[in-house]
Write a protein that binds this ligand. Structure first.
Ligand code: PGA
Length: 249
């Protein structure tokens, strides 16, 4: 039995309609009725479905938001702040996902602002980091991850580390079907673990892997010493494949 809690998180991105959300929770709730306390399931629907998901989900499942604007409320057209997310029983925020960094051009500074703000507001945060294929090929992967982590965690208050989860998501593995091998993922996870230990004395922070996680490769990934769980995109959209990932053993 692993020492740290196993975390299985779904990131639906811009997918799933009302009917699909209903079908998902109707089926997943049944499977999660006897979820062991060592296993934590988190689901991050798109903003319009947060309310519905919070109302429908089984009490053992937590709801996450895929993003946040670092303010409580105010004149920020198109954005969603902490007051609304709390109102909808969101417990966790995904910050720094590579699609936000690369498609929406989110800077290291903005990622840090969102992280700090979410922690201050009492949310748990899944902080995503990951290198592009070019950075990996140029052998810059460790420097890139180090920079993403240290810029986000700089001056972070000690007490807030209890609410941080790291997700290592190599950009080249996201949505491509090209999963990192267990050894590739383990190599980076142990590097991150060492950074967390040396720089923040917190080697116990959960480190998830994300990028083309599927029912057929979850077992091999979860066997790795430093992989505490997964952040799943495509294979989390349907209850059937997501529950195979949750109950992989
Ligand atoms: P994927 O996405 O599982 O579809 O590769 C993972 C993620 O982006 O979190």
């Amino acid at each position: 039995m692993r020492e740290r809690k196993e975390i299985i998180a779904a990131n639906w991105k811009m997918n799933n309609t009302k009917e699909e959300v209903t079908d998902f929770f109707t089926k997943l709730n049944l499977k999660c009725q006897d979820l062991e306390p060592e296993r934590q399931v988190i689901v991050a629907p798109a903003f319009p479905y947060l309310s519905m998901a919070s109302e429908m989900k089984h009490s053992s499942i937590l709801i996450a938001a895929q993003d946040i604007y670092p303010e409580r409320n105010g004149a920020y057209t198109g954005e969603v702040g902490s007051e609304m997310l709390k109102d909808l029983y969101v417990s966790t925020i995904i910050v720094g996902h590579s699609e936000r960094r690369h498609i929406m051009d989110e800077s290291l500074e903005m990622t840090k602002q969102k992280l700090d703000f979410s922690l201050l507001e009492g949310f748990r945060v899944i902080l995503c980091v990951g290198e592009t294929l070019r950075q990996r090929e140029k052998d810059e992967l460790f420097a890139v991850i180090d920079k993403q982590l240290s810029s986000a965690l700089m001056n972070c208050e000690k007490k807030h580390f209890d609410n941080i989860i790291i997700a290592y998501e190599p950009v080249w593995a996201i949505g491509t079907g090209r999963v990192a091998s267990g050894n590739q993922a383990q190599e980076m996870h142990s590097f991150i673990r060492k950074l967390l230990k040396d720089n923040y004395s917190r080697p116990d922070i959960p480190i998830l892997y994300g990028g083309s996680v599927k029912p057929h490769n979850i077992k091999g990934l979860m066997e790795m010493e430093d992989i505490d769980g997964v952040l799943v995109g495509g294979a989390s959209l349907k209850a059937d494949s997501f529950s195979k990932i949750i109950f992989h053993d």
